[in-house]
Ligand binder design. Structure first.
Ligand SMILES: [Zn+2]
Ligand SMILES: [Zn+2]
Ligand SMILES: [Zn+2]
Length: 254
């Protein structure tokens, strides 16, 4: 299995517009973070998690040729606003399975009304095949990739994390419910939300993320959805063994 971090930044991206802090002015490419998204490749399947507001740029940068499915964590702008840019893939390969929980589907249908209730003539529309995911109701993509949607809490909003065989991606969360903890054991790789060092009401911060890592004991953890408070080189020493800051373009295999 291969996981590629297409974006690792918080909702504003890093650098943040107009900011002159040490991270935002850094020349280290690992401090340049597009909005969060990952690509999972396994058994001939390519699965995207979230169509971020930077999706087009990410697809071009990483040479994305094909997708087999798109999974959505939740409908905040940074995770969904790139949906229109799946059209070139539709033109070539037809409609694409789009997986989201029921609450996210309400928002997707509202934000992208034009996709579901086309009212004008002309212009290509995204073509999606809607699938509703339920917590812990696993499904298979291809023969070999088992996807398990898992519920985590983002402030007050229940959002989906996803387990792919022994990899898991859990972003935009402040709490992992007990049932989900049990479903996240024995992981080879965990990609986990970690916004910054200071507490935050809707995201994990470093100490809280490390508590969950201690409890879940994945073999390797990569922190993502990172704000400009974190400078990659400067702050890597603050992480224990087996835990790293993710960065855009990082590929993890296992
Ligand atoms: Zn977000
Ligand atoms: Zn900054
Ligand atoms: Zn969010």
């Amino acid at each position: 299995m291969k996981l590629t971090f297409l974006g690792t930044g918080t909702s504003t991206g890093v650098p943040s517009i107009g900011c002159e802090c040490e991270t935002c002015t850094s020349n280290d490419p690992r401090d340049k973070r597009l909005r969060v998204s990952i690509l999972i490749e396994h058994g001939g399947q390519s699965v995207l998690v979230d169509t971020s507001s930077d999706f087009r740029q990410q697809a071009l940068r990483y040479g994305l040729k094909r997708l087999d499915a798109v999974l959505i964590t939740h409908c905040h702008a940074d995770h969904i606003f790139g949906l229109d840019d799946i059209r070139p893939l539709n033109f070539r390969f037809g409609a694409l399975g789009l997986y989201a929980n029921e609450r996210a589907w309400v928002d997707i249908r509202r934000i992208f009304t034009y996709i579901f209730e086309p009212s004008h003539f002309g212009g290509g529309l995204p073509q999606v095949i809607p699938h509703i995911v339920l917590p812990e109701a696993s499904f298979c993509l291809g023969g070999d990739l088992t996807v398990t949607p898992l519920e985590v809490i983002h402030g007050r909003l229940p959002v989906m994390a996803y387990r792919f065989n022994d990899f898991a991606y859990a972003t935009d969360l402040s709490e992992i419910p007990k049932g989900t903890i049990e479903a996240m054991r024995d992981l080879d790789v965990l990609a986990l939300d970690c916004l910054r060092f200071d507490k935050h009401p809707t995201h994990l911060w470093l100490d809280k993320a490390l508590e969950y890592i201690e409890e879940l004991k994945p073999k390797r953890t990569y922190l993502t959805h990172i704000a400009h408070d974190v400078m990659h080189a400067r702050d890597s020493a603050k992480l224990p063994n087996g835990v790293e800051w993710a960065y855009d373009g990082l590929e993890v295999e296992g």
